[in-house]
Design a binder for this molecule. Structure first.
Ligand code: BES
Ligand code: ZN
Ligand code: ZN
Length: 478
């Protein structure tokens, strides 16, 4: 249990200092330079103060604040302390009340650890008090705090799903888990089983889904809360609960991460739940094709030609390029059955994006400058990093097949672009944006303080901020 309140706490404190602060008055003067994330725990008059460096004043961002707080609470945890005041007075003048959200994310994500199957796993209890907020802003801060807790819990929900072992999160179990969560926050959930998907002609989805004894599920989460607008945004998330590669079997070394191949689905679910919990005025539908990609008697093979819900015929060149197949049908479903006006899809789609951008930045493909601008603005609030890749005519040729309409593999280069362009073939020329989070959804070695080994919850905050366009409040988003 982590309890966070606005208030003060005298016994222990986390205090943030800028590098360019005059250090002469500080007791840590000689050894502490307040470089970003530098920490210094000090017992003073019987109470602990954990000093955390913020680096240079002008360089403070939402993510830096989150990381500084995460660093502070981890230091506290190392010292076996379970309560502290978190002094935000250095951040408020620079960033306003957005530091409340950063602090909550830093606390909750910084202390997150996934170990539910360990006999010795226990949940520590913490109490934190955010202070240093001027009296006049305290009521608004209270509101920010509540919303930030909901957002952090949604990121944690996504992390838990991605960290869950494939045998404990099969497509039907994932559907059950999301349905249960949807009921708690007023989101309408509809689960389509393989028979319903068959009746809709979703054969690209079923081609992958039928490769396992654990049946596929199409999970639909509807959050329609803006009666003034008839526009629905579809958030389509890849939900491959385990990706062995199928007959194009993955190597032993690349097998370990296969349970995390539903991180796109987890991200859209997390975002929808956060929007609902915070009662954001928007219309969004999450569509998650959930299935396994395995070897069985029914598995598809390289060289097969399959149909799809859109009617387009697809040549299979590689059974490990399964994500784009299920997303193709999910995008068609979102447009035809849910009436989406614009489509965002998010997926752990290609190893190539890791080669291009590493583990900190997701790859983006879009044919809509507007959507790119909206996403960039959302990412500035969330602190996540996205980078747009180009769509040039010669790339568009890469997904064309000689014997069918499209093929599920490009050439041996620019794999992230060809994968995205395959999905675009199914977006029916609606505004479309594609996020490849194969590098950012999972970290074996955490890059940022607010991450822990394993799932990162990538995408949740940015998708939330993308749809939270009315969340502006005194210049800051909540
Ligand atoms: N889920 C994988 C992509 C992936 C790779 C995610 C590494 C996370 C870490 C996807 O289904 C896949 O296997 N893609 C292939 C496509 C190729 C066969 C065209 C890839 O990237 O190698
Ligand atoms: Zn694959
Ligand atoms: Zn995959």
């Amino acid at each position: 249990m982590i309890d966070i309140q606005i208030g003060s706490y005298e016994e222990s404190q986390i205090l943030f200092i800028y590098e360019d602060t005059d250090h002469t008055g500080l007791p840590v003067n000689a050894v502490f330079h307040a470089e970003f994330l530098e920490s210094f725990p000090l017992y003073q008059d019987g109470r602990l103060i954990v000093y955390i460096g913020l680096g240079k004043r002008g360089e403070l961002t939402a993510r830096r604040m989150t990381d500084a707080v995460a660093k502070g609470v981890r230091e506290l945890q190392k010292l076996h302390l379970s309560a502290a005041g978190i002094n935000l007075s250095a951040m408020v003048p620079a960033c306003g009340l957005s530091c409340v959200r950063s602090a909550v994310l830093g606390i909750k994500l910084g202390l997150y650890a996934y170990a539910p199957y360990r006999a010795d796993s226990r949940e520590d209890s913490f109490r934190f008090f955010l202070h240093g907020i001027p009296q006049s802003l305290q009521q608004t801060a209270q509101e920010y705090l509540g919303k930030a807790v909901n957002l952090a819990d949604s990121v944690i929900l996504a992390r838990d799903l991605v960290n869950a072992p494939a045998n404990r999160l099969t497509p039907p179990l994932m559907a059950d888990a999301l349905k249960k969560e949807a009921e708690k926050c007023g989101v309408q959930a509809e689960i389509l089983d393989e028979k319903l998907a068959e009746a809709l002609g979703m054969s690209a989805f079923l081609t992958v889904g039928n490769s396992s004894a654990n049946p596929p599920r199409l999970i639909v989460l509807r959050y329609l809360a803006d009666p003034q607008s008839s526009e629905i945004t579809a958030l389509v998330g890849k939900g491959v609960t385990c990706d062995t590669g199928g007959y194009c079997l993955k190597s032993r070394d690349s097998m370990l991460g296969i349970k995390g191949d539903m991180a796109g689905g987890a991200a859209v679910a997390g975002a929808i739940f956060a929007l609902a919990r915070n009662q954001v005025r928007t219309n969004a539908v999450a569509v998650i094709p959930a299935c396994e990609n395995r070897i069985s008697r029914q598995s598809f093979l390289p060289g097969d030609v399959i149909s799809s819900m859109s009617g387009k015929m697809i040549e299979i060149q590689n059974t490990d390029a399964e994500g784009r197949l299920i997303l193709a049908d999910a995008v068609t479903y979102a447009i035809r059955k849910e009436g989406a006006a614009r489509v965002l899809d998010i997926a752990t789609l290609t190893g190539a994006v890791v080669g291009a951008l590493g583990f900190t930045t997701a790859g983006v493909l879009t044919d809509s400058d507007q959507l790119w601008e909206d996403l960039s603005a959302a990412a500035r609030v969330s602190g996540e990093q996205y980078w747009r890749l180009p769509i040039f005519p010669e790339y568009e040729e890469m997904v064309k097949s000689k014997i069918a309409d499209v093929k599920n593999m490009g050439e041996h280069y620019c794999g992230t672009i060809s994968a995205g362009l395959f999905i675009r073939e199914f977006a029916q020329r609606l505004p479309w944006i594609h996020l490849d989070i194969a590098g950012t959804a999972w970290v074996d070695k955490p890059v940022f303080e607010h991450q822990s080994v394993g799932a990162t919850g990538a995408g949740v905050t940015t998708l939330y901020d993308l749809l939270n366009t009315q969340g502006q409040c005194s210049g800051q988003k909540i």
